[in-house]
Design a protein around this ligand. Structure first.
Ligand code: URA
Length: 209
C-alpha cells in the first residue's frame, strides 16, 4: 500500500474524529482508524453504525459483541481474514437513546456522514463492496443511485458505481432471529466468496497472458 494512501487515510480519519456535525452525537468519536482494517482489502464491508458493546467500546468494527462473533463465523465460512478486509459504517459515531441504549441512525445522520463514506470508498477504491443490512445499502444511494433491496438482492452479485456489490444482511442476533437465519446468511456469504474467487481468477488469467 502506498504511503500517500496511508497519509490520506490518516487525515480523513482525523477529520472524522473531530467531526461535530450531528448534534446528538457530539460526545461520540467516529470509529474510523487503522483498526478498521486493510487499506487494500479484498472486500470493503459497510455496516450501519458502531454499537455500544462493540465498535464504540473497542474502536474496531464488529469486535467485542455478539454481532462481531456472528460476523466472524460468516467470514470464516469463506476463508476471509480480518486483515484482508476493511469495515466501515454508514454512520461513523454510535447513535444512542437518552438511556445509553443503541438506537437506529436517523436519516439526517446518514446524510451528514455520507461525505465520509464517499471519501472512504474513493480512497480505498475496493473492487468488491459488501453492505451489511438495509441501512448501508440505502446509504449507497446517496453516493450513486441504485434499486437494490436487501430482501430481494441479499447474496446476489450486482454492479454499483463500477464496482462489484454484494448486499448482505446485518449479522446482529436480532436480524438472525427475525429476518435472516444463520444458515441462510452462510449461503449469502458463499455468493460473496464466489465473487471474490471470480475476480481474483480473472486477475490471475490477465497476469498470466
Ligand atoms: N454493528 C454495526 O452496524 N457496525 C459495527 O461497526 C458494529 C456493529
Amino acid at each position: 500500500m502506498s504511503s500517500t494512501k496511508q497519509k490520506l487515510f490518516l487525515s480523513l480519519s482525523a477529520e472524522a474524529q473531530r467531526c461535530l456535525i450531528c448534534s446528538e452525537m457530539r460526545d461520540k468519536t467516529a470509529v474510523l482508524s487503522e483498526l478498521n482494517g486493510s487499506l487494500d482489502p479484498r472486500v470493503l464491508f459497510i455496516a450501519e453504525a458502531p454499537g455500544r458493546q462493540g465498535a464504540d467500546r473497542t474502536r474496531r468494527p464488529f469486535w467485542g459483541d455478539k454481532s462481531g462473533e456472528n460476523f466472524q463465523v460468516l467470514l470464516d465460512s469463506i476463508g476471509l481474514r480480518r486483515e484482508e478486509i476493511f469495515i466501515t459504517n454508514a454512520v461513523l459515531c454510535s447513535p444512542r437513546k437518552p438511556n445509553g441504549a443503541n438506537r437506529n441512525p436517523k436519516k439526517s445522520e446518514i446524510k451528514n456522514c455520507a461525505n465520509f463514506l464517499r471519501r472512504t470508498i474513493d480512497l480505498i477504491d475496493p473492487k468488491i463492496i459488501a453492505t451489511l443490512g438495509a441501512v448501508s445499502l440505502e446509504a449507497l444511494k446517496l453516493l450513486e443511485n441504485h434499486s437494490f433491496f436487501v430482501r430481494s438482492h441479499a447474496g446476489k452479485i450486482v454492479s454499483w458505481n463500477s464496482k462489484i456489490l454484494v448486499p448482505l444482511y446485518h449479522p446482529s442476533p436480532q436480524v438472525i432471529a427475525s429476518h435472516r437465519r444463520m444458515d441462510q446468511q452462510l449461503k449469502d456469504y458463499a455468493a460473496l466468496g464466489e465473487a471474490i474467487s471470480n475476480l481474483e481468477a480473472a486477475a490471475r488469467m490477465k497476469f498470466d497472458r
